[in-house]
Design a protein around this ligand. Structure first.
Ligand SMILES: Cc1cc2nc3c(=O)[nH]c(=O)nc-3n(C[C@H](O)[C@H](O)[C@H](O)COP(=O)(O)O)c2cc1C
Length: 201
């Protein structure tokens, strides 16, 4: 059975444009794969991932048998996020752009799923990602227009991070120009919707 994990990273919950684009794709995917198991995780509005601190990172690198109860809880939370990813064959990420980057909660999520020895391993040939065999779709919503220009550092950050963990098959869909004018918003959303139809077909 196919498992799809939808990760929403908008501070606007399901009203976020990125969440809505992700929803559109997931609905189309579910139509084509009615047997698929769909898991939705809202990492920004419903259940914000806490920022990584020295204490939290310390829990990751403390030997399992030496962890305090607090550290065990921190590791259990990170393990839960990682296991959800491991289970998924398809990952759908709703990705808003805030201040040229990813939402800070998504960065915090990345900080909780990048675990040496678990989601990546250091080898003679450098780090090797362990979360392989997955297809990732990213639905990026932006007020301005940056895709394909040097100002779009968000795309390379997300792509590089996912590849580092072993997820190299990543498809981006952009809805851009959402804050420029009503016409540009409409055009940006229509272009993304057409792309979603094409991908889901
Ligand atoms: C705090 C904040 C910062 C933003 N920064 C940018 C930005 O740097 N570049 C941009 O193109 N749009 C920016 N926007 C516009 C958002 O990308 C746009 O509203 C998008 O729809 C956000 O995704 P969401 O609707 O899923 O939350 C910003 C919006 C907010 C609320």
């Amino acid at each position: 059975m196919t498992t799809l994990l939808q990760i929403n990273a908008s501070i606007n919950n399901s009203n976020g444009q990125s969440s809505q684009l992700a929803n559109q794709f997931v609905a189309a995917f579910h139509k084509r794969h009615p047997e698929a198991k769909i898991i939705v995780r809202d990492i920004a509005a419903d259940e914000p991932v806490p920022h990584l601190t020295a204490e939290r990172f310390g829990a990751f690198i403390t030997k399992p048998e030496e962890r305090s109860d607090t550290q065990l809880a921190v590791v259990a939370y990170s393990d839960m996020l990682i296991n959800e990813l491991k289970q998924a064959d398809v990952i759908v990420l709703g990705l808003p752009m805030y201040n040229f980057g990813v939402p800070s909660q998504l960065k915090a999520y990345f900080d909780h799923i990048a675990r040496a020895g678990i989601t990546f391993k250091y080898t003679d040939k450098g780090p090797v990602g362990q979360l392989t065999g997955k297809k990732v779709y990213v639905f990026a919503a932006r007020g301005g227009v940056y895709a394909g220009t040097p100002m779009d550092t968000q795309t390379s950050h997300v792509r590089d991070f996912l590849r580092f963990l072993g997820m190299a098959d990543v498809q981006f869909v952009y809805a851009e120009g959402l804050a420029i004018s009503p016409q540009s918003k409409e055009a940006g959303l229509a272009k993304a919707a057409a792309e979603i139809e094409r991908l889901a077909a």
